[in-house]
Design a protein. Structure first.
Length: 500
C-alpha cells in the first residue's frame, strides 16, 4: 500500500527521521492557513506540493479536469510543485491562487501517463536551504533475501537513469537479517557519499533512524529523493515515498487508515473487497486463474499466441462460486476486455466442482464476451463434459496452448456493430471456437434439396474442409444450410476422440 508524501514524512518523523516540516491542505482556505503557520514558524520559502501517488511532480503539468488543456498561472504552465517566497507582497494570496488551480485538476507526470491523476490534497512545506542533494532508499533484495540500502550522490534524478548511465555512483549495503544495520555499514555509506565532519555524523543518525522505521512499519520500500544536505551541515528528507507490505497491514491499523482509495484503480479496489488478487493491465484478454505462478504462465502464453492480457487475477485455491462471480464482475467492468480465459488447476478443489461453479456464476453475472475455459487436474474430463453440456456457450480447451489459440481465434472473430454497441461473434468464432450445446433428439432432420438441384437427383454430399479456409472472416455463411451445419456440429460433439 502506498501513502502520500505528507503521510510518509509524518510516519518517518515519529521514528526520529529528520524531515522537512509541512502541513496538509484539502481546500484553498486550508492551504492559506497552513502557509500562515509556516510563516509564523520562520519560513522564508513556501513549497506548494501536489499530493498524488506518482513521481515527477515537479516536472509535471496541471491540466484542467474538464477541458484537458494545461492550466496557466502567471503566463506559465502550472507545475505540480510551486515555490512561493515569503518576502513577496502577499504570499498568502499567492498560495491561495496556486491552490485553487491545483486542487480538483489533473496532474500529468512521466509516471502517470497522459491520463494523469486528480490532485485532491496539497502539502504546504517549509523551504530548505540545500547545499547538496543525494538519493537514499531501503528495500528487499529478493535475490539475496536481504534488505538493501542504496545511496547515491545523484539526488533529484530517477535512480533508474543513474543505474543505467552512472552505476558506479550507487553505493549499496546488504543488511544481515539477524544483525541489523551495523555501524561500519552506515559509515561506509556516508563515506561513499563523500560526507565528512558534521554532515557525516548527521547522515549516520539519519540512516539508522530510517532503517529502524523501515523495520518497524513493515515497509516494502522507503525512498528519499532528494535527501538534502543543508547549508548548516544537516541531513534531512525533503521528499519521501513509503510503500507498506500489504500482508503486514493487520499489524498497523493506524497506517491502514492512511489508505487513499481515490489514488488506486477502482477495479483493483473492488477486487480487493472480494479478496481477489487483481492487477489491471492494458490488454484485451481477461484472465481468471488460481495461483500466482499459473497466472503468470497464462499471461505469457496469451502473449505468445498474439493476445494481450488485460489483468492479473488470482481467485485463490478454492475458486468458489462467489469468488468466480466477483471475478467476472470485475472483468466485465473493464471495457477493454474482449474475451475471458479461465485457466484453473483442480488440485485443492475438483475440476467438476469448479465447472459447476463457473456455470452458476455466469448465471448471476452478465457476460457479453467469449469465454474460453481450460480445466486440468482432478476430474478434468468430467468438468469438460459439464461445460459442453451446459446451456451456456463455452469454448473448452484441454491444454494451455489450445486455450491460447482459442483466445486469438475469438479476438479475430469479434467485431463492433455499427452503433458501437455490444460485440458480436462472427462465423469464424462460431466455427472455430464456440462449443454448441447438443441438439434436442426430438428435432426433425428434414432433407431439403439445394437450390438448382433437380428433384429426385441425388448428389453425394461433400464434407466441408474448414481447415482449408485461409480467411474464416471472409466466409459467407449464407451458402450453408443451417440444419445440415447443425448435423455436422452434433457429429463432432458426439465424437469420442479425446483430442477434441
Amino acid at each position: 500500500m502506498n501513502i502520500h508524501e505528507h503521510q510518509a514524512k509524518e510516519l518517518l518523523g515519529s521514528y526520529g527521521v529528520p524531515v522537512q516540516s509541512g502541513r496538509v491542505a484539502f481546500t484553498p482556505e486550508q492551504a492559506v492557513e497552513a502557509a500562515h503557520h509556516m510563516i509564523d514558524e520562520g519560513a522564508t520559502l513556501l513549497i506548494v506540493k501536489s499530493q498524488i501517488h506518482a513521481g515527477g511532480r515537479g516536472k509535471g503539468i496541471i491540466h484542467d479536469i474538464i477541458g484537458g488543456e494545461p492550466v496557466v498561472y502567471n503566463d506559465k504552465e502550472l507545475r505540480g510543485v510551486k515555490v512561493v517566497p515569503t518576502d513577496e507582497s502577499n504570499p498568502l494570496h499567492e498560495v491561495y491562487e496556486i491552490a485553487i488551480r491545483m486542487l480538483g485538476n489533473r496532474l500529468v507526470t512521466i509516471q502517470t501517463g497522459a491520463e494523469g491523476k486528480v490532485v485532491n490534497r496539497l502539502l504546504i512545506a517549509n523551504g530548505v536551504d540545500i547545499e547538496k542533494e543525494f538519493y537514499c532508499s531501503i528495500l528487499l533484495d529478493r535475490a539475496s533475501g536481504k534488505n538493501i540500502i542504496m545511496a547515491s550522490t545523484e539526488g533529484g534524478v530517477e535512480i533508474e537513469k543513474v543505474a543505467e548511465e552512472m552505476p558506479e555512483k550507487i553505493v549499496r549495503e546488504y543488511v544481515e537479517p539477524g544483525l541489523g544495520l551495523e555501524g561500519f555499514q552506515a559509515r561506509r555509506l556516508a563515506f561513499g557519499l563523500g560526507l565528512s565532519g558534521k554532515a557525516h555524523k548527521s547522515f549516520i543518525t539519519f540512516i539508522n533512524a530510517l532503517y529502524k522505521a523501515y523495520i518497524a512499519i513493515d515497509a516494502a520500500l522507503i525512498e528519499v529523493n532528494p535527501l538534502a544536505l543543508t547549508t548548516d551541515g544537516d541531513i534531512i528528507a525533503v521528499d519521501a515515498k513509503v510503500s507498506i507490505d500489504d500482508n503486514a497491514l493487520y499489524r498497523h491499523a493506524d497506517i491502514a487508515a492512511m489508505r487513499d482509495e481515490s489514488e488506486e484503480d477502482p477495479l483493483e479496489v473492488e477486487a480487493g473487497k472480494n479478496n481477489l488478487n487483481y492487477i489491471k493491465l492494458d490488454g484485451n484478454v481477461g484472465c481468471m486463474v488460481n495461483g500466482a505462478g499459473l497466472a503468470m504462465a497464462t499471461m505469457d502464453i496469451i502473449k505468445l499466441a498474439g493476445g494481450e492480457p488485460a489483468n492479473f487475477l488470482d481467485v485463490g485455491g478454492g475458486a468458489s462460486v462467489e469468488r468466480v462471480a466477483a471475478a467476472f464482475k470485475v472483468m466485465m467492468s473493464d471495457p477493454n476486455v474482449k474475451a475471458v480465459l479461465i485457466n484453473i488447476f483442480g488440485g485443492i478443489v475438483r475440476c467438476d466442482r469448479v465447472a459447476n461453479g463457473i456455470i452458476q456464476a455466469m448465471q448471476t453475472v452478465e457476460v457479453h464476451v467469449p469465454v474460453i475455459v481450460r480445466l486440468d487436474g482432478t476430474n478434468a474430463e468430467e468438468a469438460r463434459q459439464i461445460l459442453l453440456s451446459s446451456p451456456l456457450h463455452f469454448s473448452v480447451a484441454a491444454t494451455l496452448a489450445e486455450a491460447a489459440e482459442k483466445v486469438t481465434e475469438a479476438l479475430s472473430g469479434i467485431t463492433a456493430d455499427e452503433d458501437g454497441g455490444a460485440a458480436v461473434i462472427n462465423a469464424s468464432m462460431a466455427f472455430a471456437s464456440m462449443a454448441i450445446p447438443p441438439r434436442d433428439e426430438d428435432d426433425d432432420d428434414d432433407d431439403e434439396t439445394l437450390e438448382g438441384e433437380e428433384e429426385g437427383e441425388e448428389e453425394e454430399e461433400e464434407e466441408f474442409d474448414f481447415d482449408a479456409v485461409e480467411d474464416p472472416d471472409s466466409m459467407d455463411i449464407s451458402e450453408f444450410d443451417e440444419e445440415d451445419l447443425d448435423d455436422d456440429i452434433e457429429d463432432v460433439l458426439n465424437d469420442d476422440d479425446d483430442d477434441f
